[in-house]
Design a binder for this molecule. Structure first.
Ligand code: UGB
Length: 627
């Protein structure tokens, strides 16, 4: 028992300056004071001052374990210390935001949206190749941050999303793909330094209670996918308290009145966590210049990274948002220039549910619609941000990493006086530029979606209902997009890749291209891929090609079937001639078929490996594969 608990209640009260008001405002709590430490009593006072006396309504109920009451304060302590400014500040912000929401205040009041200017890249042209080269030079000065605290309710998958295979031809999961891509950049960048370099690119993963343990397990059981464990840091975000009403009364759990309901605060937490971890300063002192943020399930992402990093360094962008052409009403935010009546401007993501009302409110009567190109004029934010480290630290030193929050209550009716379920404040990492001064250089880089963006967010049922022409963003489309991108890249490099066929999986019609995949180190840039391909190469639509090796060269290859090449770092393999076999066949499966593993069910097909040519090169040397 602590010394404060031994004190008489009267002594404790007087030492803490608690008067009769306290006792009358929460008599049930008052009866329990002898259980609490002085720190906990301070927290209790803060809660009462913030109008949260309802939290103690059940404290005099008979038969309640004192441990529950102590557990309550442990939770309050965590909620208080993990939020910048503490719970009092959280409740205060919540009241303001809830009042604004109730009165229908437009967060963009006074601002007029317009289409901003940015860098628009075309894959494979001279500019693209030059930007990629610049990006590779900069990569050794970069740190990568993956936000992976979300459970992915829209996807409905039971595991963590980064453990899902990005594609099933090689079976590589998202986390492996990301780590191997960072290692490929590290290697390519170091090769440009005379005599090589010892750089280890830092890799941070933001997790949450929902994902942390399973992320650690995935890393550890796979030896960190080849990365040095010291390169990887996990930062766990905490959830925030839920709110029951417009007065921001904290919501208690239905089954346990001694616990406050909590929900995720959003990916915006990443900035405060990075700042408080001290990592930014360590990186700065080590001479790093860039921090790249990305999301959990985009299997194309690293095809866009080198060129975008090149844009950041060439254009000297403090903030560079990656974007793709966006279809109107597609569920991705739009990059928008906002100009205030008083002359202020900012280039910022406007979330998909806000863009349409904002456009309508500012005179664009049709709202969020496509223009003559068939796309919305506002580029789609894919939430991949590249920040310049120096200005980023400067800004965070002022803000502590706090990001402008919002609240999105689901009201019971038009009176907006009660909610269908408890709500909470949220924040988004792409809102970082909102507090920047006008002098900040905020830009963006647009690339074709086929090259840069194919997230896995929607479950099969929802995906099959996506309006025609809009992307499914499902496990099916995410995998098919990887094969399509690799096929198109090889085409651009001179390979004759057959046209796709249309097939329907889980109610989604998709283009099925040859199933081509390679390890990131085989082709970190387009220039490198072009170097690996020569002569007259042909790949048929029904083919599969999996390249696991760095120095594998395709020369006059004609492939009609399945070809798998596994080669160690220093094995140089020339692949020539004709490979023909029965290959691998895609077989339909139904997402409702519980006998099939969930990670396959959600894509609607599995690969039947009928016949293949598989070659392994486990020793260094020069080899030729001529079937
Ligand atoms: N995430 C966290 O790490 N913590 C959290 O608390 C919540 C999420 P979603 P969202 O790519 O199309 C974003 O749920 O938030 C991680 C952009 O806001 O997949 O609906 C989570 O693990 C939007 O502008 O997406 O929408 C995941 O890695 C648009 O770009 C990431 O945050 C959209 O993504 C995103 O979470 C998109």
């Amino acid at each position: 028992m602590s010394s404060t608990a031994i004190e008489s209640t009267a002594d404790t009260l007087s030492r803490l300056g608690i008067n009769a008001d306290f006792a009358s405002s929460a008599p049930n709590l008052h009866k329990n004071l002898q259980l609490l430490s002085s720190g906990q009593i301070e927290l209790a006072k803060m809660l009462l001052e913030m109008g949260q006396s309802h939290l103690f309504e059940h404290w005099a109920d008979p038969g309640v374990d004192d441990e529950e009451k102590k557990g309550f304060f442990d939770q309050v302590d965590r909620l208080n210390s993990s939020y910048p400014g503490g719970l009092a500040s959280y409740v205060k912000s919540a009241r303001q935001l809830l009042a604004d929401s109730q009165s229908g205040k437009n967060p963009f009041d006074g601002f007029t949206p317009s289409v901003p200017k940015g860098e628009v890249l075309t894959f494979g042209d001279e500019d693209f190749i030059n930007f990629e080269e610049a990006g590779i030079r900069e990569a050794q000065k970069a740190a990568f941050v993956l936000v992976a605290g979300g459970l992915g309710e829209r996807l409905g998958y039971n595991g963590i999303k980064v453990a899902l295979p990005a594609e099933t031809a090689s079976g590589t999961c998202f986390l492996q793909y990301y780590i191997e891509s960072v290692l490929a950049l590290q290697e390519a960048s170091c090769r440009l330094v005379q005599g090589g370099c010892q750089t280890r690119i830092p890799f941070v993963i933001m997790t949450s209670d929902d994902t942390h343990a399973r992320t650690v397990e995935l890393l550890e059981s796979n030896s960190y996918f080849g990365m040095e464990p010291a390169q990887v840091k996990l930062l766990k975000q905490e959830k925030v308290a839920c709110l029951d009403d417009n007065d921001a009364r904290l919501a208690v759990e239905h089954r346990n009145k001694y616990r406050i309901q909590t929900k995720p605060h959003g990916h915006g937490d990443v900035h405060a966590l990075l700042f408080s971890s001290g990592l930014l300063k360590i990186w700065h002192d080590a001479g790093l210049r860039w921090v790249l943020f990305f999301q959990d399930t985009n299997g194309l992402l690293f095809k866009a990274i080198p060129a975008s990093l090149g844009v950041s360094s060439t254009r000297q962008y403090h903030v560079n948002s990656l974007a793709v052409p966006r279809r109107a009403k597609e569920a991705i935010g739009g990059i928008t220039k906002l100009t205030h009546a008083d002359g202020r401007t900012m280039v910022i993501n406007v979330e998909y549910n806000q863009l349409d009302p904002l456009l309508r409110a500012t005179g664009q009567v049709d709202g969020d619609v496509n223009d003559e190109t068939g796309f919305s004029p506002f580029p789609g934010n894919i939430n991949q941000l590249i920040l310049e480290l120096g200005p980023y630290i400067e800004e965070l030193t002022k803000t502590g990493g706090a990001i402008k929050e919002f609240v999105n209550p689901k009201y019971k009716d038009a009176s907006k006086t009660s909610f269908k379920s408890a709500t909470r404040l949220e924040c988004m990492m792409q809102d970082y530029p909102k507090t920047l001064p006008p002098s900040a250089r905020v830009g963006f880089t647009v690339m074709d979606a086929w090259l840069a963006y194919a997230p896995v967010k929607n479950n099969p049922e929802d995906a099959s209902k996506v309006p025609k022409g809009n992307p499914y963003h499902s496990a099916t489309s995410g995998e098919m997009a990887i094969y399509r991108a690799n096929s198109l890249i090889l085409r651009k490099a001179g390979v004759q890749v057959a046209n796709p066929v249309q097939q329907v999986f889980n109610g989604q019609e998709v283009e099925v291209w040859p199933r081509i995949t390679w390890k990131p180190k085989w082709g970190p840039t387009f220039a490198e891929i072009k170097r690996k391909v020569c002569g007259n190469c042909i790949i048929s639509q029904s083919s599969t090609m999996v390249i696991k090796g760095r120095n594998v060269f395709l020369e006059d290859l004609s492939l009609d079937g399945a070809l798998l090449i596994n080669a160690v770092e220093d094995a140089g393999v020339k692949v020539r001639g004709s490979v023909q076999n029965k290959g691998w066949i895609l077989e339909n499966i139904d997402y409702k078929d519980a006998s099939v593993p969930e990670q396959l069910r959600i894509r609607g097909f599995r690969i039947n490996k009928v016949e293949q040519l598989e070659k392994n090169y486990s020793e260094p040397g020069k080899f030729s594969l001529e079937p």
